[in-house]
Design a protein around this ligand. Structure first.
Ligand code: UDP
Length: 328
C-alpha cells in the first residue's frame, strides 16, 4: 500500500515525503515541478505531471496500490490570486476536482488536504478555532475553502473521507539539512530575513507598524515544517483507523510579531539585519494565532520543534548551506 503525495516536491510536500519515508511508508510523488524541486524528493518514486493530467493519474493508480492521497498541489501566492483569480480557480479547484474524480474511479477513498488559515479571513477571536467563521479575504483562501466544502459533500455522497489541515505560518527546515525552503520569488518573512543575513538583500521591510499589537507589527503563528509533516502522517493514520472526516488547525498556539522574528533572526545569525518600516501589505490581518487543541486531542499531534529560535536555526542552517536553494 502506498501513499500518493501530489505536490510532493514543494516545501511542505517534500518535508512530508521525508517524514513518511522515515515512518517506512511507501510513497509515490506526483509534481508538475512548476514550483517544486525534484532534488527535494530525495529519490522517492517520482512522476512529473499535473493533477489535471488524467493519463498520468491512470498510470499511477494502475501501477501502484494507492490507499491514501495527500494533496499539496496548488498555487499559493495571495497577491497573485487577487490579480488572477481564474488561475487559482482552475489549478486549485478544477485540479482537485479532477484528482478526486480519478480517486473515485480507482476506489481510493482517503485524502489529506493541504488547507490554510486564509480560509478564516479576519479572525473573530484569537486563538482561532476550527468552528470559527470562514470568510476568506482573497481568492487563494476562497479556492481552498471551496475545496474543503467539495470534500465535505463528497463524503456525504460517496463516502470519500478527508482530513483538511489548515496551516498557519510554515517555517524551518529538515533539522538534518537535507531539504529546506526554496521559493522563487520568495515572499515569506523568515527566508527573506535570512537572505539579508546572507547579504543577498540590503534590508527587510516591515509591512506596517501601526497595527493593534504589542509593537505595532503583525503577529503570526510560526510552525515547524516537520511538525506539519508529522500531522499529515497522523491524519493518514487516523483516516485508516477511524475512517472519519475532519478539519484541523495546525499552529504553535503562540504568536510572534514581525519585529520579534527579525530580532530572533539577528540572535541566530549574528547579523545586524537592517529593517525599514514600509506601508501595510494589502489583506494582512493584525494577528493570526491558531488553537491546535483539536489536532492534539484527536490526532495525538505533538509538535517536536515549538521554539521559534529552533525553527529559525534549522532554516538558517539550510540557507547557509544552500544560499541559492537547491541549485546551490
Ligand atoms: N512580512 C513583512 N515583510 C516581508 C514579508 C512579510 O513584514 O518582507 C510580514 C507580513 O506582512 C506578515 C508576516 O510578515 O505580517 C508573515 O508574512 P508571510 O508572507 O511570511 O506569511 P503570511 O502570514 O502572509 O502567510
Amino acid at each position: 500500500m502506498a501513499i500518493l503525495v501530489v505536490g510532493g516536491a514543494g516545501y511542505i510536500g517534500s518535508h512530508t515525503v521525508l517524514y513518511l519515508q522515515d515512518q517506512e511508508e511507501e510513497v509515490v510523488v506526483l509534481d508538475s515541478l512548476e514550483t517544486g524541486h525534484l532534488e527535494a524528493t530525495l529519490g522517492a518514486t517520482f512522476y512529473e505531471g499535473s493533477i489535471e493530467d488524467e493519463r498520468i493519474l491512470d498510470t499511477i493508480f494502475t501501477k501502484h496500490t494507492i490507499d491514501s492521497v495527500i494533496h499539496f498541489a496548488a498555487y499559493s501566492l495571495v497577491g497573485e490570486s487577487v490579480g488572477n483569480p481564474l488561475k487559482y480557480y482552475e489549478n486549485n479547484v478544477l485540479g482537485t476536482y479532477k484528482l478526486v474524480k480519478k480517486m473515485q474511479e480507482y476506489g481510493v477513498s482517503r485524502i489529506v488536504f493541504s488547507s490554510t488559515a486564509a480560509t478564516y479571513g479576519e479572525p473573530v477571536s484569537i486563538p482561532i478555532k476550527e468552528s470559527d467563521p470562514t470568510i476568506p479575504t482573497n481568492p487563494y483562501g476562497e479556492t481552498k475553502l471551496a475545496i474543503e466544502r467539495m470534500l465535505k459533500w463528497c463524503d456525504q455522497a460517496y463516502g470519500l473521507k478527508s482530513v483538511c489541515l489548515r496551516y498557519f505560518n510554515a517555517a524551518g527546515a529538515d533539522p538534518k539539512g537535507q531539504i529546506g525552503e526554496d521559493h522563487t520569488p520568495e515572499s515569506h518573512l523568515i527566508p527573506i530575513v535570512l537572505q539579508v543575513s546572507l547579504n543577498q538583500r540590503e534590508h527587510v521591510q516591515i509591512f506596517g507598524e501601526d497595527y493593534d499589537t504589542k509593537d505595532g507589527s503583525c503577529v503570526r503563528d510560526y510552525i515547524h515544517v516537520l511538525d506539519l509533516a508529522q500531522a499529515h502522517y497522523l491524519a493518514v493514520q487516523s483516516l485508516r483507523e477511524k475512517d472519519e472526516s475532519a478539519i484541523y488547525n495546525l499552529g504553535n498556539g503562540a504568536g510572534f510579531t514581525v519585529k520579534e522574528v527579525i530580532d530572533t533572526c539577528r540572535d541566530v545569525t549574528g547579523h545586524n539585519i537592517p529593517a525599514q518600516v514600509a506601508p501595510r501589505r494589502a489583506g494582512d490581518p493584525a494577528t493570526l494565532i491558531a488553537s491546535s487543541e483539536l489536532a492534539k486531542k484527536e490526532l495525538g499531534w505533538r509538535p517536536a520543534y515549538p521554539s521559534l529560535k529552533e525553527i529559525i536555526s534549522h532554516a538558517w542552517s539550510w540557507h547557509q548551506a544552500h544560499p541559492n536553494g537547491f541549485k546551490s
